[in-house]
Design a binder for this molecule. Structure first.
Ligand SMILES: Cc1ncc(COP(=O)(O)O)c(C=O)c1O
Length: 390
């Protein structure tokens, strides 16, 4: 008999009235009026070359064929160029950062190895790492002292002789913290001295004011995870990439899942996306930065609430509600009833989920204003009804 596997899983609560998380997701997805702040996707692209190239590809019925299994060479080159990495690196086009993360865990970890991640963090990495290695040490980082991120000092305190993989999500989902050059150099020394691999997930890189690549400091010990879901606004197309030195990518090619290649229409869109990036990037980051200011102004009006990392370097941030008398679940349900989809902290933390609400802000400014107004009303109204009830 087959029983469900017991890997580390995010503590996803199913909202009231739904049988499964999938049913809930289907409901929010199909509601066209829903304000989309519960996933860090990007809704700020106009009709542009990305859309045109995918439409053309479909019209030509390109999709009758399989694509080249490792990705179109032109796309591979463009991604490396986008990162400023040279031909000493190799690259595999994948069905999203998610597949890249899975492949890294599968390739790097032996059964006796452990992985270091952080809490809060992107929990599917803990899940993947626990499938292939011995255990995952999820280091608590929700405090000012460490700057709300996994530091080299924390890694040194938590590693042992079997530590083989360190997950660095940069900027970090859900907090938006990111690394400076000195921290990356310190991680590079740590990785080289101990033969540990660094999983540098740069999914939110282009939202950051400044960003540096681990691959430049520890090329032989870094795997870089790249996604088209966020800045390029292509989450539904499921496309990303994995970059490393040829020796690492050669090893990963032996364990690929999609050996018939990644979605061809998505690759056509991705080609246009990287080529046109300079034309739209500034507009999108200007909007996301002013959107997060709108959220900050609202949060500052709520007694006890604060944003741990501000400005966030990603397109999401956490709002700490611990001392407000309102829980993340209560306010997220209030918002959902008013067609605003957000996520309680439990989606990205097993220890601190009760503390914060995560909101994403790469959406039109008018929707962010609607959130700010509704959030303030909701905090007041929930507090008031609790006072009356007690
Ligand atoms: C840190 C991080 N990595 C990877 C992903 C998934 O990326 P993709 O859509 O390319 O699979 C996400 C999605 O939210 C993420 O937050």
């Amino acid at each position: 008999m087959i029983s469900p596997k017991k890997y580390a899983r995010p503590a996803k609560s199913i909202p009231k009235g739904y049988k499964t998380a999938n049913d809930f997701f289907d409901y929010v997805f199909n509601d066209e009026d829903m304000v989309w702040m519960g996933q860090n996707t990007n809704h700020l692209h106009d009709e542009n070359e990305i859309m045109d190239s995918m439409m053309q590809s479909i019209k030509k019925r390109d999709y009758n064929k399989y694509p080249p299994p490792e990705g179109f060479p032109e796309l591979k080159e463009l991604i490396l160029e986008d990162l400023g990495l040279q031909s000493e690196f190799d690259i595999l086009v994948t069905a999203g950062g998610t597949e890249s993360l899975y492949l890294c865990c599968n390739d790097i970890l032996a059964p006796e190895n452990n992985t270091i991640t952080c809490d809060p963090g992107y929990l599917i990495i803990d899940n993947f790492a626990s499938r292939f290695g011995d255990h995952v040490k999820s280091v608590p980082i929700y405090n000012k002292e460490c700057g709300y991120k996994l530091t080299p000092k924390l890694v040194r305190e938590n590693m042992d002789a079997n530590t083989k993989l360190i997950s660095l999500v940069d900027p970090l989902n859900p907090l938006g913290s990111s690394y400076n050059k000195e921290e990356l150099k310190d991680f590079a020394d740590l990785a080289e001295d101990n033969d540990i691999y660094l999983l540098h997930d740069i999914t939110y890189r282009d939202f950051a004011e400044e960003h540096h690549l681990m691959a430049k400091y520890a090329p032989e010990h870094t795997l870089t995870v790249y996604s088209f879901s966020k800045i390029y606004g292509m989450a539904g197309m499921r496309i990303g990439a994995l970059i490393g030195i040829p020796e690492l990518i050669k090893s990963i090619k032996t364990i690929v899942i999609n050996d018939l290649g990644t979605n061809l229409v998505a690759q056509r869109g991705a080609l246009a996306a990287v080529k046109s990036k300079k034309q739209w990037l500034g507009r999108i980051t200007d909007i996301t930065r002013s959107n997060q200011k709108i959220i900050k102004d609202a949060v500052d009006q709520v007694s006890g609430a604060f944003i741990p990392v501000y400005p966030s370097q990603g397109n999401m941030l956490a709002i700490d509600l611990k001392n407000t008398g309102v829980t993340p679940l209560e306010i997220s349900e209030y918002l959902l009833e008013r067609k605003i989809f957000t996520r309680e902290g439990s989606y990205t933390s097993s220890r601190f989920g009760e503390r914060y609400l995560r909101v994403s802000f790469s959406i039109p400014p008018e929707d962010v204003h609607y959130f700010a107004k509704t959030f303030l009303e909701g905090m007041e109204s929930i507090k008031r009804s609790k006072l009356c009830g007690s």
